[in-house]
Ligand binder design. Structure first.
Ligand SMILES: [Zn+2]
Length: 272
């Protein structure tokens, strides 16, 4: 067979493969439309999706991740909180006609572009690691934040504190850089079966931390006293909890939220 003939045949096969793929794709979409006629709206990226995809280790969770922005249940909880409380969180800034100064530790990919593109937000994504996968404005150690007192209006810090040895120093720093009436939203992995946070200096190897805290990087395993630990520095009365368990069933079902999850919101009072 001539080489030209071989190439023509391969091109034809390729074309047919692409056609088959297109047909298969449209068949899968038809099946989805039949089985799951009602599309869902992801509260983070606002995309219309047919279903959330499985995600998580070691146990895979169903209906966990948005296939467009990759936001998971906890990020959807934060998105709903921000959507419902944005005016309240930023009222002191909106009234002055100024953008909201937002400090975001270890920014989640699902929110990164959304905050960056928002003209009403002056966005400061930061992380301890200078080689963080998303562009950060500065490498920042939460126990020594390189910004002046009262600088930010809003601070978001998810899954950071559980890796920080000097927890109290970190919380004091957050309080220092947060302006009056500003809010800090915190969330870490909490083991609801633990009444008191597990923390012991002798668990000093990644194997022991994995065994006792559930992750080799963590320096403690938070229990149900998480909010009290934040309150020991910020004042318990200045913190509220936004918990999936307190939301109505419709909301939980609509956004595929996960029972047992919660975020803590600290509001810095104007000191008299
Ligand atoms: Zn999404």
């Amino acid at each position: 067979m001539e080489s030209k003939e071989i190439i023509a045949r391969l091109e034809r096969q390729n074309y047919l493969m692409e056609k088959r793929y297109e047909i298969l794709k449209s068949m899968i979409c038809d099946i989805y439309d039949e089985v799951i006629p009602q599309k869902k709206v992801c509260p983070i990226c606002k995309s219309e999706i047919r279903c959330y995809i499985p995600y998580g280790t070691p146990k895979l969770r169903y209906h966990a991740q948005c296939p467009v922005c990759l936001g998971a249940e906890r990020e959807r909880l934060l998105a709903r909180y921000l959507e419902l409380h944005w005016e309240n969180l930023t009222a002191h800034k909106i009234s002055q006609g100024e953008p909201v100064k937002l400090l975001h530790f270890a920014p989640e990919g699902a929110f990164y572009q959304h905050f960056k593109d928002n003209k009403n937000i002056d966005y400061y994504p930061v992380d301890f690691n200078p080689d963080f996968p998303y562009h950060i404005v500065k490498a920042v150690d939460i126990t020594d934040i390189p910004y002046p007192n009262d600088y930010f209006d809003l601070i978001i810090c998810f899954h950071v504190l559980q890796n920080v040895t000097d927890e109290k120093k970190a919380l004091k720093e957050v309080k220092r850089v947060l302006g009056p009436n500003g809010s800090a939203i915190f969330c870490d992995n909490i083991n609801q079966e633990l009444e008191v946070t597990l923390e012991d200096e002798k668990y000093d190897t990644s194997e022991l931390r994995e065994q006792y805290y559930g992750n080799g990087q963590y320096v403690r395993g938070y229990g149900r006293d998480y909010i009290e630990r934040l309150g020991s520095v910020w004042g318990r009365d200045s913190i509220v909890k936004y918990s999936v368990d307190e939301l109505d069933a419709e909301e939980v079902k609509k956004y595929y939220l996960r029972r047992g999850e919660e975020i803590c919101i600290y509001k810095k009072q104007i000191e008299s």
